[in-house]
Design a protein around this ligand. Structure first.
Ligand SMILES: Cc1cc2nc3c(=O)[nH]c(=O)nc-3n(C[C@H](O)[C@H](O)[C@H](O)COP(=O)(O)OP(=O)(O)OC[C@H]3O[C@@H](n4cnc5c(N)ncnc54)[C@H](O)[C@@H]3O)c2cc1C
Length: 298
């Protein structure tokens, strides 16, 4: 299979890339890791007239922990062209963002993780992907740049529907900022990611990213539950999560939260899993992630 003819431009700088996109608009596509775009072009599902290759641009990959001077949480800032493999192997991510660290080995296969980028993944906005759900749970925000300037978009406002985001035609996602949750005597946050796929590396039939914060008395002060392959966008089960807040969470409360989550997800169903089975998986995975967090992590 071969793509339709297209013009290839290796961008030399961010400014040049943004100017090219402003000129070509929807006719042009950014090329990041190419792990979704190139197969789509080969199948002729995507037929961009112009490809603007981001790979030659220096300074678009890497990650850093940014310390905030005030009481605001510190942030892990990841540049958009950072490869999955870097995220998977980063000691800083393992230390500061264990949810992302735990999730990375579930994303596709090692070969794809060598090329795929965080920015490409989020901009692609596949609701079956792990990372959009994780970013919603972590309350990340995304920096979009264009010749018109830059703006930050909350992950929770970014995913509009299948493969559609808040990015305008001339905007490039350049940075992802994740607020960090340090342990303090009054707030301990623990997280867990689980998914069920037919084979390791396949897109999952259902997946859950969970985060729970407890105060010094073991009372839940915050809970987040994010689901993948559970709707047209990543889904936050806000009612299920809210049912845990203010509680010293028991097994019965986990069971109740899982039952609420079962009704909050909106899975599409497919050839591998019916809607009923996907809802069942959401229930089971909610129980497992919350039980793992509460049994083994505190
Ligand atoms: C066999 C296979 C299995 C896979 N399994 C999984 C899986 O289990 N889980 C999963 O999450 N993914 C999976 N993927 C998809 C993979 O993660 C892709 O790498 C990812 O979705 C896209 O990232 P990319 O860097 O390759 O982007 P590209 O393919 O280069 O681009 C994807 C889209 O995003 C746009 N884009 C890229 N970068 C930016 C940016 N910075 N700003 C704005 N727009 C941008 C492009 O123009 C394009 O439209 C799989 C892919 C394959 C081929």
């Amino acid at each position: 299979m071969k793509p339709a003819a297209f013009k290839y431009i290796a961008a030399e700088s961010l400014a040049q890339a943004l100017a090219l996109k402003a000129e070509y608009g929807d006719e042009a596509k950014w090329l990041a890791g190419g792990q979704s775009l190139v197969p789509a072009m080969n199948l002729r599902v995507a037929q961009p007239a112009v490809l603007i290759d981001l790979n030659p641009i220096e300074g678009m990959a890497g990650l850093t922990v940014k310390e905030k001077p005030t009481s605001e949480p510190h942030a892990l800032v990841i540049k958009a062209m950072t490869r999955y493999r870097t995220l998977e192997r980063s000691a800083e991510i393992a230390t500061h963002c264990p949810l992302l660290h735990e999730t990375m080995p579930h994303v596709a296969h090692p070969q794809i993780r060598n090329r795929g980028t965080l920015g490409g993944n989020l901009a692609h906005a596949d609701p079956a992907s792990e990372l959009p759900a994780v970013m919603m749970v972590l309350n990340a925000k995304f920096k979009a740049q264009s010749v018109r300037g830059e703006r930050w978009i909350a992950a929770r406002d970014f995913f509009y529907t299948l493969f559609t985001t808040a990015l305008a035609a001339d905007e490039l996602l350049t940075e992802i900022a994740i607020p960090l949750q340090p342990d303090t005597p009054t707030a301990r946050t623990r997280t867990c990611f689980m998914e069920i796929a037919r084979r390791r590396g396949d897109y999952a039939m259902m997946g859950v990213a969970a985060s729970v914060t407890l105060d010094a008395n073991g009372v839940c002060t915050d809970a987040q539950l994010g689901y993948l392959n559970a709707g047209d966008t990543p889904i936050l089960a806000t009612q299920a999560a809210q049912s845990l807040v203010g509680q010293s969470i028991s097994a019965a409360q986990i069971q109740a939260a899982a039952a609420i989550a079962r009704d909050e997800v909106q899975p599409p169903g497919n050839v591998h899993a019916t809607v009923a089975f996907q809802r069942h998986l959401a229930t089971v995975l909610t129980k497992r992630t919350l039980t793992t967090i509460l049994d083994f992590r505190f």
